[in-house]
Design a protein around this ligand. Structure first.
Ligand SMILES: Nc1ncnc2c1ncn2[C@@H]1O[C@H](COP(=O)(O)OP(=O)(O)OP(=O)(O)O)[C@@H](O)[C@H]1O
Length: 705
């Protein structure tokens, strides 16, 4: 394809500049041309896709010839990955920019310019019979010259389909829930290029607010809200700053009836776009004060990791660990939680409960329609009924980077091989801007964040993944592994190849997410909430993998989750621990050792309590719904836009929910018993600790006397 070699040795991978549900994107140099390129490495093991399909898709992608669409320069297989070489867009995606510096969205001028270029791309694709299928801020890429290009066309879509034949591939829709048009979620209602117009409208809101509508909800909830709720728009107080043209344009895109949505061609004629500034006048200033993309990515990874740790940390655990740290004289938790929470796309309310609810909803949808969610990214795929896409046959021009810039970069790199990790001229601290103000993340703050992740990641992982005995040793080894990976990743940012483990560990979520995950977040948490966590998947034991029903960022919900507490032989752990504690006391082992040991036990108890609370909450909310509906489950959407087959699904859903409630009730009874026993043991251990301390004090006094 177009003079680019398919020999991996001709490419030198530099840093990671993004990742999605299907792979990781690197900045790289194409050595024969001494040219910067981006390489998206699709992990074929993870995608389980037919390589020929993929190649065909990459071929199609390489035929794209439009200044607003990212094309593939070439593609080839490397071990179990497919590398797709693309022009490098040195300012990354709009989502990146939002996350790093514009958490409340862009100015209307900027939005107008970006959307207009994106719409030109859509017009081009639609004219050639293509549907993009995944229009969102994470797929709108920018470069320093203010070029705006729509990415992720073709290959990604193919990757979501495991069918292995092209025709079926075309019947499979790929998208990210927050951005998906209502008709894509309804059986029997075909969709066409107007689905991209809906996603385009959602993207407009994403650029305006800093996150997509519903982005803080889990994917299944987003699907239901998209069907049931009125279309989102720019109608709130906070939207007063936007022009009526902008509001009107968004409203035109977000009409539930696809036939009433304008085509890309028609939309381009809207006054909002007629008045849009050329990107050179508006977009350039977006990144004027920002550090290079790869440094931003590192900052985002750290932020995502810290956010994840914070948002997933139940208060009881926080207290336990805080107490433990205080006692050890380490008051290291000194960073701004509010600031972290401010990143809307990563904030999740009642995530855990929602995840459990999702499982039930998911079962319903599985019957309702073949559907799968990669909640790492929040990306949903589902079988649908149409997607006409024809081949296009235009040829392409190559993307060039100024020779002087490249030489400068390459020389710099030769002199200082570590320059990828720390750009000369940049302070050691990573800088990012939020809402126009520059925030400096001092090294120490970042280190603290990492420290935080180490500690908190440990607790969270126990809760999410442990399906076997929860033993202190297991906990510690998980934690050490994760800690090792985090540090390794930070230290070896430039060691990209052959570091799969390291690599996977680093995938912070991207829901929305977005989503965050995101949803994709997420995925594109540098993308959903947070979008990725191969490492976590890999860390699941086989049993868990087999039962994986959902992945959320670093965390997953498996069909065993609800059995998790049952699976943990709480009493045996405690009994054993309690016995060993007594033995230790009688054997005269040091107080600090015992304190740590007991604190571990305390933490475990808290975690178990938290799990039980989640189950209780889940049950209570289900019961509340039941009561409020006079013993009936909530009715399914009955809008005129939903066809009759939903009714059949309603009784199925009702049956599944009732089943789930009775399952939960049984579990609750078991768990309540276990909790009571656990509380008793906890109290006994506390008493032993007190007795032991008293004994120690007495001994000391005796010694002094
Ligand atoms: N050509 C490129 N140049 C520079 N950065 C890129 C390029 N392509 C992608 N990126 C960066 O990598 C991020 C992830 O890209 P990717 O296509 O993997 O995301 P995604 O659409 O969220 O995932 P997926 O396609 O797997 O569903 C983008 O949001 C963007 O920031």
């Amino acid at each position: 394809m177009g003079g680019y070699s398919t020999n991996p040795a001709d490419y030198k991978l530099l840093e990671e500049v993004g990742y999605g549900a299907t792979g990781t994107v690197y900045r790289a140099i194409y050595l024969p041309f001494n040219q910067l390129v981006a390489i998206k490495s699709f992990d074929l093991d993870r995608c389980n896709v037919n390589l020929d399909d993929l190649r065909r898709e990459a071929q199609t992608m390489s035929l794209i010839d439009h200044p607003n669409v990212v094309r593939a320069l070439c593609s080839f297989a490397v071990d179990r990955s497919l590398w797709v070489v693309m022009p490098f867009m040195d300012q990354g995606s709009c989502l990146h920019l939002i996350k790093i510096a514009y958490s409340h969205g862009f100015h209307e001028d900027v939005i107008g310019s970006i959307l207009k270029e994106t719409l030109k791309a859509l017009h081009y694709l639609h004219r050639h019979g293509h549907i993009h299928g995944d229009v969102k801020a994470g797929n709108i890429l920018l470069d320093t010259s203010a070029s705006v290009r729509l990415a992720d066309f073709g290959v990604s879509a193919c990757l979501y389909d495991n069918a292995g034949d092209r025709h079926r591939s075309r019947n499979t829709f790929v998208g990210t829930p927050c951005w998906m048009a209502p008709e894509m979620l309804q059986p029997g209602s075909g969709y066409n290029s107007k689905a991209d117009i809906w996603s385009f409208g959602i993207t407009a809101l994403e650029l305006a607010h800093g996150h997509a509508p519903f982005s803080k909800y889990p994917p299944m909830k987003v699907l239901l809200m998209t069907i049931q709720n009125a279309p989102p728009g720019l109608d709130y107080d906070r939207d007063k700053k936007f022009s009526k043209y902008f509001k009107e344009m968004v409203a035109m895109c977000l009409v539930k009836d696809q036939t009433k949505r304008p085509s890309a061609e028609k939309l381009l004629k809207h006054s909002f776009f007629k008045h849009a500034k050329p990107p050179e006048l508006s977009v350039k200033k977006l990144f004027a004060d920002l550090p290079p993309l790869w440094n931003r990515v590192k900052a985002l990874q750290l932020k995502d990791a810290a956010q994840l740790a914070v948002k997933k940390m139940p208060s009881t655990e926080e207290e336990a660990i805080s107490r433990s740290q205080y006692q050890q004289g380490v008051s290291a938790w000194n960073f701004d939680i509010d600031d972290l929470k401010a990143q809307a796309s990563l904030v999740r309310d009642d995530d855990d409960i929602a995840e459990m609810r999702e499982e039930a909803e998911k079962k319903f949808f599985t019957n309702y329609k073949a559907i799968a969610i990669d909640s790492q990214s929040g990306t949903v795929k589902m079988n649908s009924e149409k997607s006409p896409q024809n081949k296009i046959t235009s040829q392409v021009g190559a993307f060039d980077i100024k020779q002087t810039e490249q030489d400068e970069y390459l020389n710099k790199k030769e002199k200082n091989p570590k320059s990828d990790l720390q750009e000369p001229g940049l302070p050691k601290n990573i800088i990012w801007k939020r809402n126009g103000s520059i925030t400096e993340a001092t090294t120490s703050t970042l280190e603290k964040d990492i420290g935080m992740c180490k500690i908190k990641g440990q607790s969270r992982k126990i809760r999410q993944t442990q399906s076997g005995p929860l033993l202190p040793g297991t906990v510690l080894s998980h934690s050490a592994l994760e800690r090792g990976r985090t540090l390794e990743r930070l230290e070896n940012g430039n060691q990209l190849l052959g570091e799969k483990n390291n690599h996977e560990a680093r995938r912070a979520p991207s829901f929305s997410g977005p989503l965050m995950l995101p949803m994709r977040a997420s995925a594109n948490s540098l993308s959903a909430p947070i979008k990725s966590s191969g490492g976590f998947i890999d860390s699941l034991d086989d049993k868990s993998k087999a039962n994986l029903v959902q992945i959320k960022g670093r965390f997953s919900v498996t069909s065993e989750n609800l059995d998790l507490v049952k699976d943990i032989p709480v009493s045996s752990v405690s009994r054993r621990s309690s016995q060993s504690t007594k033995d230790s006391i009688t054997n005269g082992i040091s107080a600090s050792f015992l304190t740590t040991h007991l604190q571990n036990l305390l933490q475990q108890t808290s975690i178990q309590q938290d799990l039980i609370m989640n189950l209780l909450n889940s049950l209570q909310s289900a019961e509340a719904i039941e009561v409020s509906q006079n013993g009936k489950l909530p009715p399914l959407p009955r809008s005129s836009e939903i066809n009759g087959s939903v009714d059949t699904a309603a009784s199925e859903r009702e049956r599944l929910l009732l089943l789930k409630i009775s399952e939960l009730q049984t579990q609750m009874i078991t768990l309540t018993g276990e909790l009571t026993a656990e509380k008793l043991k906890h109290m006994q251990l506390q008493q032993q600790l007190i007795l032991y301390s008293q004994e120690q004090n007495r001994d000391k006094r005796d010694e002094v006397a």
